[in-house]
Design a protein around this ligand. Structure first.
Ligand code: BJW
Length: 243
C-alpha cells in the first residue's frame, strides 16, 4: 500500500497545481464500484466468493431471466434489500461524503452501486448508474417509480426492481459524461471496470488527459496516473485528509 508520504507528494505535484490553476472552479469526479461497500458486508460480483459465483447472472440480472421466473429474481433482490438493513457505511463512504462537503458545487459521485450507503454516509450529489435497491418501477404502462421496503408477492409481475440489468440503458449516462467533461480530477474506487458503458468513464477521463487516480486492492489494467493499492476503507480517508 502507498505510504502517506507518497500520497502527499503525488498530491503536491499533481493536485495542488490544479487547485491553484482552477481555484473555485476546481471539479472532482468520483466513480465507484462494489469494492467500496465490501467491508460494510456487501459482496462484490466478480471476485472469488462474489455474487456471480452464487447466482446465475443471466437468470437474476436480465429481463429474459425476469420474464422466465419473476419470483426467483424478486426474491434475489428482496434478500439484498433486506441485507441493507444490517449493514452500515464504512470509512470509505464517509471519506467521499467529506470530500463532497469540501467542494459542494463542483463534485460528482457516479456510483455503480445499488446500495444506499453513500446517502447514509452523507453524500448528496450521487448518480446511481445501475439503479437503486430502494426503488421499484412499473413493468408496464407509465413505468412509474416508487420507494419500497420489499416488492410483495402480488406485485411480482407488475413492479420490478429499479435496477439496470444487462442489455438495459445505464441511468444518467449523458448527464454524468457532461459533468466529467467539466472535471479536473477523476477518482475511481473499488471497481473491476469490466462493465460498460460505465467503465468507459475511466477511458474517457484518461483520454481527456485529466488527472486520474485509482483506489483498489489490486492494480488496474487501465492507465491511471496514480494507483493507490489497498482497501479503500483505509486508503480513502488518508487521501481525503490531505485536502
Ligand atoms: C476493493 C476492495 C476494497 C475489493 N477496496 N477495492 C462486450 C463488450 C463490451 C460491453 C458488452 C459486451 N457484451 C455485453 C456488453 C454490455 C454489458 C457489459 O458491459 N458486459 C460485460 C460484463 C462484458 N453492459 C450492459 O449490458 C449495460 N447496458 C448496456 O450496455 O446497454 C446497451 C444498450 C444500448 C442501447 C439500448 C439499450 C441498452 C448494463 C450493465 C448493467 C450492470 N448491472 C450490474 C447489476 C446491478 C444489479 C445488482 O446489483 O444486482 O451492476 S452487473 C454488476 O457489475 C453491477 C455492478 O454495478 C457492475 C460492476 O461491477 P463492480 O462494481 O466493478 O464489481 P466487481 O465485482 O466487478 O469488482 C469489484 C472490485 O472491487 C474489484 O476490482 C476488486 O479488486 C475491488 N475491491 N475489495 C477497494 N476493500
Amino acid at each position: 500500500m502507498d505510504s502517506k508520504k507518497e500520497l502527499q507528494s503525488f498530491f503536491q505535484e499533481s493536485i495542488t497545481p490544479l487547485r491553484e490553476k482552477w481555484g473555485d472552479d476546481f471539479s472532482i469526479f468520483v466513480f465507484c464500484g462494489a469494492g467500496l461497500s465490501k467491508s460494510s458486508g456487501l459482496k462484490t460480483f466478480r471476485e472469488s466468493g462474489g455474487l456471480w459465483e452464487e447466482y446465475d447472472v443471466q437468470e437474476v440480472c436480465s429481463i429474459d431471466g425476469y420474464n422466465r421466473n419473476p419470483a426467483l429474481v424478486q426474491e434475489f433482490y428482496n434478500k439484498r434489500r433486506e441485507q441493507l438493513k444490517s449493514v452500515r457505511p464504512n470509512s470509505g463512504h464517509f471519506a467521499l461524503a467529506e470530500l463532497e462537503k469540501l467542494f459542494p458545487k463542483n463534485f460528482t459521485l457516479a456510483t455503480q452501486n445499488v446500495d444506499d450507503l453513500h446517502e447514509r454516509a452523507g453524500s448528496v450529489n450521487t448518480y446511481h448508474l445501475h439503479g437503486e435497491l430502494r426503488y421499484a418501477r412499473e413493468v408496464f404502462g407509465e413505468k412509474r417509480r416508487k420507494q419500497i421496503g420489499d416488492i410483495k408477492k402480488e406485485e411480482y409481475n407488475f413492479w420490478r426492481p429499479d435496477i439496470v440489468w444487462f442489455g438495459e440503458s445505464v441511468k444518467y449516462f449523458n448527464e454524468v459524461l457532461e459533468l466529467l467533461e467539466k472535471s479536473h480530477l477523476f477518482i475511481s474506487v473499488g471497481t473491476s471496470a469490466e462493465v460498460y458503458p460505465a467503465a468507459g468513464l475511466i477511458d474517457h477521463a484518461i483520454g481527456m488527459g485529466i488527472k486520474t487516480l485509482n483506489f483498489n486492492v489490486e492494480k488496474s489494467s487501465k492507465n491511471f496516473d496514480k494507483e493507490v493499492e489497498g482497501p479503500s476503507e483505509l486508503t480513502l480517508p488518508k487521501f481525503i485528509n490531505i485536502f
